[in-house]
Design a binder for this molecule. Structure first.
Ligand code: MG
Length: 379
C-alpha cells in the first residue's frame, strides 16, 4: 500500500531546507532509530514519532491523569493530556517564529509528560520514596521506559522505536543541566513552553475554581501590569471574560518576549547548524526583566495555589492510598497483571510494582484501591 503513495509537492527534506533556519534540527540529519527502519514515503521521521506517541496507550491515559486539580474538583480544569496539547501548541508557535523544526517540537511536547504517574507530583514523590533503594522514581525517566520498552505496538521491536533526538531530548529532562553541549534548540523551546503554559493555565484553573480571588492578583507584578493594560479593552466584561482575557494575554506576553529575546541571541550567535547551536549553550529563553517577573508569578502560584488547603487535603489522602497500594502489590505479586508478574521475575518486584502503579490513571488507581481494600478486608 505504501509503495502506491504519491507525494505531491516538495519532499520533507525540500520543505525543511527552504523553510527552516540553519540552526534547526533537520530530519535528514537525524541519527535515526535504535532499530533501523526504512524511511516513510511521505512522513518525515519526527512526524512519525509524533504519530507513534499520539497512538500510544500511555498518551491516551494522560486524559485520566491530573495536572494540578483532580477530577473530583470539576471538568473545567486541565488534565495532563490537555496540558501536553497546550504545550505543543505554544511550543509550535515559538518554533515556527524561530524557524525551528515544528515536527520535532510537537513530538517532544506530546512526549514530555507521558511518564507521569497518577496524581501528579504526589504520586511521583511516593513512588520515589518507595523505590529509593532502587534508584528512585522520576516521571521523566519513566517516559523513556514507556516508549522504549513497555509500549508494545510493533512486532519487530519493543517500545515505539522513536528517533534518537526524541530520546535524547527527553533524557535531558532527567538530568537537567548535565555536562556536555546544551540540548537541541527544539528541546529548549519545549522546556520554555512547558513552564509558561502551566503558569498561565494553573492561574486560570485556580481562579475558575475560586481558590484565589481575582483581586489578589495585584500582588503579582507581571499579572498586575497586564490587568492594567487590559482594563480599558475589557470594560464591561464579566469576571469570566476578564479571566480568560488575562490568561491568553499572559501567554502572548511571555511568548512575544521569548521569541524576540531568543531571536536576538540566535542572530548574535550566528550558528550555521544545529550542532553549532548546541555548543553555544542555552539560547532559548525569556529576557532578564520578564524572567524576574516570572519568579514572582511562580512564587504566588506556589504559595496560594499549590499549597492551598483543598490540594493539601487531597495530597494527604492520595499519599496514604499510594503507600498502601505499593505495599499491597509488594506483598501480593500474584495480584499484578500477568505481564507485570513476568517482568517482576526478570527485573525485581519493587521496581515493577512502581511501573504498574505509575501507568495507572487517577480513576483506575481509585478503582483498584477500593477493590484491593475490599479483598484484603475479606481475606
Ligand atoms: Mg509539563
Amino acid at each position: 500500500m505504501l509503495e502506491k503513495a504519491r507525494i505531491i509537492g516538495p519532499s520533507i527534506d525540500e520543505r525543511e531546507s527552504s523553510i527552516l533556519a540553519p540552526y534547526a534540527m533537520l530530519s535528514r540529519d537525524s541519527q535515526g532509530r535504535r532499530h533501523a527502519e526504512p524511511p516513510h514515503p511521505y512522513r518525515g521521521p519526527f512526524q512519525r514519532d509524533r504519530d507513534r506517541i499520539v497512538h500510544s496507550s500511555a498518551f491516551r491515559r494522560l486524559s485520566g491523569k491530573m495536572q494540578v486539580f483532580t477530577g473530583e474538583m470539576g471538568d473545567y480544569h486541565r488534565t495532563r493530556l490537555t496540558h501536553s496539547m497546550e504545550v505543543a501548541s505554544i511550543a509550535r508557535t515559538i518554533g515556527r517564529a524561530l524557524r525551528l523544526n515544528e515536527d520535532l517540537i510537537e513530538a517532544l511536547a506530546l512526549l514530555h509528560d507521558i511518564g507521569h504517574p497518577p496524581y501528579g507530583h504526589t504520586g511521583e514523590q511516593v513512588l520515589h520514596e518507595c523505590l529509593v533503594d532502587h534508584g528512585g522514581f522520576s516521571h521523566n525517566r519513566f517516559a523513556l521506559t514507556l516508549v522504549e520498552d513497555l509500549e508494545q505496538r510493533y512486532p519487530q521491536f519493543p517500545g515505539l522505536n522513536l528517533s534518537l533526538e526524541l530520546l535524547e531530548g527527553q533524557s535531558t529532562r532527567v538530568e537537567k543541566g548535565g555536562a556536555g553541549p546544551a540540548p537541541l534548540l527544539e528541546v529548549q523551546v519545549v522546556e520554555a513552553a512547558d513552564s509558561m503554559t502551566y503558569n498561565a493555565h494553573d492561574l486560570d484553573d485556580a481562579l475558575k475554581l475560586s481558590m484565589v480571588p481575582f483581586d489578589e492578583l495585584s500582588q503579582v507584578p507581571m499579572v498586575d501590569g497586564l490587568i492594567a493594560l487590559l482594563r480599558p479593552v475589557a470594560t464591561g466584561s464579566d469576571a469570566g471574560m476578564m479571566r480568560k482575557t488575562l490568561v491568553h494575554s499572559l501567554i502572548e506576553y511571555q511568548v512575544g518576549d521569548l521569541v524576540s529575546c531568543s531571536s536576538a541571541r540566535l542572530n548574535a550567535a550566528g550558528c550555521g547548524s544545529a550542532a553549532e547551536a548546541r555548543q553555544k549553550g542555552v539560547l532559548i529563553g525569556l529576557g532578564p526583566a520578564l524572567l524576574q517577573e516570572k519568579v514572582g508569578l511562580e512564587s504566588f502560584l506556589r504559595e496560594r495555589v499549590y499549597r492551598h488547603d483543598r490540594l493539601r487535603a487531597i495530597r494527604k489522602r492520595v499519599r496514604n492510598q499510594m503507600l498502601w497500594m505499593f505495599d499491597c502489590f509488594g506483598s501480593h505479586p500474584e495480584w499484578l497483571p500477568p505481564q507485570f508478574q513476568q517482568r517482576a521475575r526478570e527485573r525485581g518486584l519493587r521496581p515493577v510494582v512502581g511501573e504498574y502503579l505509575a501507568g495507572m490513571t487517577d480513576r483506575f488507581f481509585q478503582q483498584q484501591y477500593r477493590r484491593h481494600r475490599l479483598i484484603r478486608r475479606q481475606a
